[in-house]
Design a protein around this ligand. Structure first.
Ligand code: 4DH
Length: 169
């Protein structure tokens, strides 16, 4: 863990993770590090400050999600299924299975989101990019802003369906 540090990409205005030994770099926090360990990395305080650092993303957070829609969703249709008829309870049961399979792994999260998420962001491994308060439905915003970078929410519910949220920036 000691060989990782957080640096700022001047071209993108985004923090990234750099391994000083292998010279590997990654936008996503290295897997296997706890949110506490991530926040103790050199550069974390400066570039991962709670809400997007001092740059273009000041006050913003970055998150990915895995959405399972149900028949009461605002738009009960997705790239996967034209007419979604499952109940909310069934959607929660399905998401619990994904949650267990993810088991805290950001790589697994992105893999399952790309296959199973009912949001068009599935093509991005669930990545929604950076957003500020006031942009997303409130329960989603509160979950994302309430997470440390690298942490995952429990199941949350919005008008779109039920979600798992992973904060990535
Ligand atoms: C907010 N958003 N960003 C994307 C997105 C982002 C990056 C790349 C592709 C799509 C899709 C969406 C979106 O609203 N998708 C909806 C589902 C949905 N509802 C949401 C509520 C809160 C956060 C994300 C959500 N995604 C849909 O596809 O029916």
């Amino acid at each position: 863990m000691s060989e990782w540090e957080v640096r700022m990409s001047t071209s993108k205005g985004l923090p990234y993770f750099f391994n000083t030994q292998t010279k590997q770099s990654s936008w996503e926090a290295p897997s296997g590090l706890t949110p506490e360990q991530i926040n103790q990395l050199p550069g974390a305080k400066q570039y991962l400050s709670k809400e997007g650092g001092g740059g273009a993303n000041a006050g913003k957070v970055r998150a990915s999600h895995l959405l399972v829609k149900h028949r009461d969703s605002r738009r009960p249709s997705s790239w996967k299924e034209n007419n979604i008829t499952r109940s909310k309870e069934e959607a929660i049961d399905i998401l619990r299975q994904y949650q267990a399979e993810i088991n805290g792994s950001p790589e697994k999260f992105a893999e399952l989101a790309s296959i199973h998420s009912d949001c068009s962001s599935h093509s991005n491994g669930g990545d929604l990019g950076w957003f500020s308060r006031g942009q997303m439905q409130k329960p989603f915003e509160d979950a994302a802003y309430g997470l440390e970078v690298g942490a995952m929410s429990d199941i949350i519910s919005t008008d779109s369906g039920v979600h798992l949220v992973l904060r990535t920036g």
